[in-house]
Design a protein around this ligand. Structure first.
Ligand code: 4NP
Length: 147
């Protein structure tokens, strides 16, 4: 049974906080614990990228409460499911996971096979926030269906 989900990307200011906010709306009333974090810690304590939060706000999704934080070892026992955005996130998460910890590591776009993509592209550099939000909404809906 999945009760807690952590979304993870590199900076925790674009993709994973977007997934956190989208999934919180989609799963409302299910009693799930939802959070996000980054593998890098480069933006610790900072709000999400304003380009991400503006695109989310256009769709009535609030990201203003989210502050960036780094993945910590206790996340691997606190969360049942840890959802990475790309292959590099998955490699970094596997390297950080304490031996024998119970969290299951999965990649977000595995829940949206129709998109024909394996990784959520990084909008921080590509500046394609609407397209990335579309992908995240589709894949989060698939993830929710799978629970
Ligand atoms: P995110 O995007 O991993 O989706 O939050 C990035 C944000 C910041 C940087 C890279 C990716 N950065 O290099 O600072």
């Amino acid at each position: 049974m999945t009760r807690s989900i952590l979304f993870v990307c590199l900076g925790n200011i674009c993709r994973s906080p977007t997934a956190e906010a989208v999934f919180r709306v989609q799963s409302k009333g299910r009693g799930l614990e939802i959070d996000s974090a980054g593998t890098s810690g480069w933006h610790d304590g900072k709000p999400s990228d304003p380009r991400a939060s503006a695109e989310a706000a256009r769709r009535d999704i609030d990201m203003s409460y989210i502050r960036s934080r780094k993945v910590v070892a206790s996340d691997f026992s606190r969360f049942d499911l840890i959802v990475g955005m790309d292959a590099q996130n998955m490699r970094d998460l596997k390297a950080m996971q304490p031996a024998g910890s119970p969290a299951r590591l999965v990649k977000l776009l595995d829940y949206a096979p129709g998109l024909g993509l394996s990784d959520v592209p990084d909008p921080y550099f590509e500046d394609n926030f609407p397209e990335v939000l579309d992908m995240i909404e589709t894949a989060c809906a698939g993830l929710l269906d799978s629970l």
